[in-house]
Design a protein around this ligand. Sequence first.
Ligand code: NOJ
Length: 568
Amino acid sequence: MISGLAPRGQRPWWRDAVTYQIYIRSFADSNGDGIGDIGGIRSKLGYLEKLGIDAIWITPWYPSPQRDHGYDVADYLDIEPDYGGLKEGELLIREAHELGMKVIIDIVPNHTSDQHRWFQGALNSQPGSSERDRYIFRQGKGVNGELPPNNWQAVFGGPAWKRVIESDGRAGQWYLHLFAQEQPDLNWENSEVVRHFEDILKFWLDKGVDGFRIDVAHGLFKESGLPDIRRSWIERIFGRSNLTRMLSPEHKPFWDQEGVHQVYRSWRKILDSYPGDRMAVAEAWVSPASRIARYVRSDEIQNSFNFEMLTSLWKADEIRKRINNSISALAEVGAPTSWVFNNHDVVRSLDRLDLGLANHGDTTFSRQGDGSRLDIARGTLRAKSATLMALALPGCTYLYQGEELGLPEVRDIPEDRLTDPRWKMSNYADRGRDGCRVPIPWKSSPRGAFGFSNDENLTAEQAWLPPSPWWGEYSAESQEDDPNSTLNFYRKALAIRKNEPGLGDGPMEWIDAGGQVVAFSRAGGFACYINFGKEIALPKGSPVLHSSGPLSENFLPTDTAVWLREKK
Ligand code: NOJ
C-alpha cells in the first residue's frame, strides 16, 4: 500500500487522469482553411466527453511561424489567429470545464521562434548586449570564427549552431539551436528569461488552464563552458552509430543539467499558489528512470511522461522489467508514474508493436521499419492490448488523438508534402514525424478531407497534410455504431476505468501466469493479463470485464489482453 494515498476522487486529479493529446493542427478544422483550430476542438468536446477522458492536452497554440508546428513560439501570451485567437481559447477552457474536463497546454521554455521579438532584438544588437544574453550567442572557432563554437548536433540533424550576419554586413557570432535553426535556445542563466516564464505561467493559470506540458523539460541549462561532446572509446573505435551510442551512454552536456530543478521548484510554488490542483508534466527524455524521478520530487513538478514504452519491444520480459523500473523509481519520491504508447513525435504504436520497432534510429527505415511487412490486424490487436495494460497499470495515462480509431502510421504522404523539419535537416534521409500527424478522419467520405474540415468542399489535398485515399476506412463515423470497433473498445475501457476505484494511482501485485504473460492485479479484485506467447487458459470463474480481442471460451489468445474480476 502506498502510504498516505487518499482514495480516488479525494486525491489530486493528476494522480489518476487519462489525458488525451490534441495535435491542434490535425484535430478538426472549423473554418475550412485546411488547418485544425480551436473551433474544431470545441465542436468535438461532445465526442471527447463520450470517449471518457479526464483531461485534454493541446499542443502549442501560440502565434508561430510554424517551422516546427508551434514548437517555435513567437509570443507566449497570445494564441495564433489561425487557431482562433485568445478569446476562442478562453471559450474552450470554459466549455471543457463545464463538461468536467481539465485543460493542459504546452509550454516551450527551451527555445523560442526566431521571429520572437527577443530574438529579432538580439539579431539587431551587438555581441555582448543584454539582448543577445537572452540567447546563447558565442564567437566561432578558427582564425576568423568560421567554425561553430563546439561539436554539438541539432536533434533534427546537422550542426546545432548558426552564424549570423552582424550590422556591419560581416559574418559574426553563432547562436545555439538544439532543434531547427528557427528555434534558438534561450539562456536560462539570464534572470529576465526566468522571470518571463514565471509571468507566462501566471497569465495562463489566470485564464483557467489546469496544467502545462513542459516541452524539452530536460533542456534549458547547458553544461558550463559549452564543452564539446566527448566521444566514448567505443564510438572512437567503431564509429558513431545508434548502437555505439547505446552501448556507451553518451556525454550530453545539454540535457538533464542540475540547473533545471531550481526552475521547477519555483514553478511548483506558482502552481501551488492557485486553487484546484494545477499541475505540470515534464517531457524529459532522460534515463534511467531514477533520473526522471528527480523531476517529480515533492517540491518539483507533479508528473513526467514515462517514455519507457516508446522504446520497448513487444516482449513480456522487457515490458515487465520496464514496469518494475518505472514504478519503483517514482515510488521513491511518492509520485505517480505515467504510461505513454503514442504521441506526435513517434511512429504509431500499431506499427511499432507489430514491426518490432523500438523507435530510435536516424533514418526513415530504422525509425519506421518496412511497412510492407506490417500486419494491420496483429498490430491493431497489440496496440489495443497495450492500451488495456496502460489503463490498468498504476498512475495516469496519456493517449494521443487517433489511437482510439486504431490509426496506423501513414507511410505514403508524397515527399513534396512532408513538412517535418527533420525531413530537410536529415538531408532527406528521415521522412520525420508527419506519418502520425495526418488530420483525423471524422467521416468516411473524402469530402472535407474525410470530415476533418467543416467545409465539405475542402479536398484531402487541400488539408495542411493530405490524408491518403484509404483514410476514410478508419473514420470515427464508420466506427460509431460498430460494437467491435476500436473506438467503442476505447470507450468501454475508459468507462470501466472510471468506475474501478482500484485503478489509477495505487498499488499493484504481479500475478505469475508464466514467462510469456504479463499479469497483475489491482485493488478490488481487478486483474489484467496480456499474453505475449501461445494461447493460455485463464483462471476459471473470473468474469471478463473487457478484452482487446475475441477470447475462445476460457482461453486468452496470443497478443490479446483481458481485464477480469478475480474470483474471491
Ligand atoms: C518536443 C516536441 O514534442 C517536438 O514535437 C518538438 O519538435 C521538440 N520538442 C522541439 O520543441
